[in-house]
Design a protein around this ligand. Structure first.
Ligand code: FAD
Ligand code: SF4
Ligand code: SF4
Length: 542
């Protein structure tokens, strides 16, 4: 041996010495909480399905995804993707296009005809779900998977709730929605359409139901008092969007004014442009920074020629024109009238001022409490009436399809416990999501985010066809591979390569590695060099 000792070891020759007894800390492979998962209101295990998609195992990825959410193709179109806002990759270059990959998987499943896994053996329990919107459908799906008999009653002709009657087809084509809902019927969920429930306890008694979920949404459009002449046309956004969703094409005139600042206002204004309005103007009493509409929805509306009048209220509506009052913000950021007025042309005014929950059904449920217009529920989503649960827009929440799907899933778990006479599962101890500082980003190469194709703005106003396209396979794969796998081992072999004691053992299957504690001396190199922060050094018990 004529070389220095330290660099002359033959491969695995370090195994001649058991070094483990020197150790004061040992490495442990952990499964951290990725920020994307933490932020997803539907509770999707985003990192897990992205990981499956990364090697082209799209069906496995879809199967992992639908454990939590049965509507990937819908989500990939309408979710406001808070997961991407939380994504650690945003600090490196730009967030992973999680929503685009989700849509790719959803569309791939539709093309390939993948079916949901069969339901568990029948439990003999029956659950009534009132409302076939995203909350009711998500709950029905999860309950059916668990083997319960589920009947979904809905007042409408077709299931989907606001996904069908609110969100316009240029954002969510109905064939996509139909296919994802049809899978639930294939799984054995029973749909009772045109079936408005007016007395919950009586419907439960007549149908022999053991538990019920109220998922009736917020269907009543809020009105505002507007001094208006006889000939003025004042409509509400839900009626306009609902009739367009039913295939009607109501004429709103050449100049349409939409009153409100949320996503419904954006949809109404974009719809007005497609119905022939040369001028669609959104009147909002606050500033852009205070607007509740999603930024992307605002940008799409602006791209389609929608104008916004910030800091304005409607003072009066006349025939063919409106009077607007200018507003100013006070020190608390609240809009205050200025006494200055201006005229605006408008053949119709569409109110998009929010929605309220219809209380008529709720008043028939003994013990159920309504606070501030929404149903009070406990942590397990149960109302004050034993065995009656509630979720979605009808309870205190951010109102979105994604939150409603999450509620449906959580309610289903709680209903299952109720039916089995068990306590609801303990609230999971909230862990902190893996921070960007917990990653070794040196190991990741630059990879710019993929952009989805879009219909040219000039071509949009004469079609209700979809505006945003999907990623092709190569781009979706690239996007999935941009995931940093925060806090979860992805089998890169770094720990295997850097361990000076050959103490890392490579395994087959999901647990990629184990530590051979006879040889690990606890130097911590593996933890320091793990790109995704999946190894923790834990003190040895003395
Ligand atoms: C125009 C518009 C656009 C939107 N866009 C988006 C978007 O892009 N992304 C997003 O995440 N969210 C969006 N939202 C919000 C989202 O649609 C709602 O938060 C979500 O649909 C609420 O789900 P839900 O299941 O609670 O109720 P809903 O979807 O409202 O469904 C409730 C169902 O209950 C039925 N029902 C009511 N009362 C009874 C009764 N007594 N008996 C039987 N059936 C009954 C109704 O017919 C309906 O089908 C939008 C909302 C609107 C209005
Ligand atoms: S449902 Fe929405 S928040 Fe959840 S992973 Fe999909 S895009 Fe993200
Ligand atoms: S990099 Fe991947 S695991 Fe980390 S937050 Fe983003 S999508 Fe989730």
């Amino acid at each position: 041996m004529n070389k220095p000792f330290a660099i002359t070891l033959d491969v695995r020759s370090s195994l001649a010495n058991h070094t483990g007894m020197w150790r004061s800390e040992r490495p442990v492979y952990t499964a951290g909480l990725p920020p994307c998962q933490h932020a997803c209101p539907a509770g999707e295990h985003v990192q897990a399905w992205l990981y499956a998609a990364e090697d082209g195992s799209y069906e496995s990825a879809w199967r992992r995804l639908v454990q939590d959410n049965p509507f990937p193709a819908v989500m990939g179109r309408v979710c406001y993707h808070p997961c991407e806002t939380a994504c650690n990759r945003a600090e490196l270059d730009s967030a992973v296009g999680i929503n685009s990959v989700e849509r790719f998987l959803g569309d791939r499943a539709i093309d390939a005809g993948w079916r949901l896994p069969d339901a568990a053996p029948a439990t003999g329990r029956r659950v009534l779900v009132v409302g076939a919107g995203p909350c009711g459908l998500s709950a029905a799906y999860q309950l059916r998977r668990l083997g319960h008999e589920v009947h979904v009653h809905d007042a409408g002709e077709e299931p989907g709730g606001m996904m069908r009657h609110g969100i316009p087809t240029f954002r969510l084509p109905r064939d996509v929605l139909d296919i994802e809902i049809a899978r639930l019927a294939d799984l054995g969920v029973t749909f009772c359409m045109n079936s408005k429930v007016t007395d919950l306890r009586e419907t439960m008694r007549a149908g022999g139901f053991d538990a019920a979920l109220i998922a009736i949404g917020a269907q009543l459009s809020r009105r505002a008092y507007l001094p208006a002449g006889q000939a003025s046309r004042v409509l509400d956004a839900l009626s306009v969007l609902g009739s367009v969703a039913d295939g009607e094409r109501p004429g709103l005139g050449r100049a349409v004014v939409v009153y409100g600042g949320g996503n419904t206002a954006m949809d109404a204004a974009r719809t007005a442009r497609r119905l022939g309005a040369d001028d669609a103007v959104v009147v909002y009493r606050r500033t852009q920074a205070q607007m509740p509409a999603d930024r992307q929805e605002l940008d799409e509306a602006l791209a389609e020629g929608v104008r916004i009048k910030w800091l304005r209220t409607i003072a009066a509506v006349g025939e063919g024109s409106l009077t607007l009052e200018k507003m100013t913000l006070d020190e608390a950021g609240l809009p205050q009238p200025t006494g200055e007025f201006e005229e605006l042309a408008g053949d119709a005014v569409v109110l998009a001022l929010g929605q309220d929950v219809d209380r008529s059904l709720l008043d028939t449920v003994p013990g159920l409490r309504v606070v501030d217009g929404v149903i009070e529920v406990d942590e397990a989503m149960m109302t004050g009436s034993p065995g009656v649960f509630a979720g979605g827009d009808a309870v205190p929440t951010d109102r979105s399809v994604t939150h409603s799907i999450g509620h449906g899933r959580r309610a289903a778990v709680a209903i299952d416990s109720w039916l089995r006479r068990q306590d609801p599962p303990a609230q999971r101890q909230e862990r902190d999501p893996v921070p960007y500082s917990g990653l070794n980003t040196w190991y990741y190469s630059d990879a710019p985010r993929s952009v989805r194709p879009r219909l040219e703005a000039a071509r949009r106003t004469d079609t209700f066809g979809e505006v945003v396209g999907g990623l092709d396979e190569d781009t979706a794969l690239f996007e999935a591979r941009r995931c940093l796998s925060c806090g979860n081992c992805f089998g890169c072999d770094n720990c295997l390569g850097v361990c000076p004691d050959n103490a890392v053992i490579k395994l087959d299957g999901a647990n990629h590695y184990a530590i051979d504690l006879d040889y690990c001396k606890g130097c911590g190199l593996c933890a320091a060099e793990c790109p995704c922060g999946a190894i923790e050094m834990v003190p040895e018990e003395s």
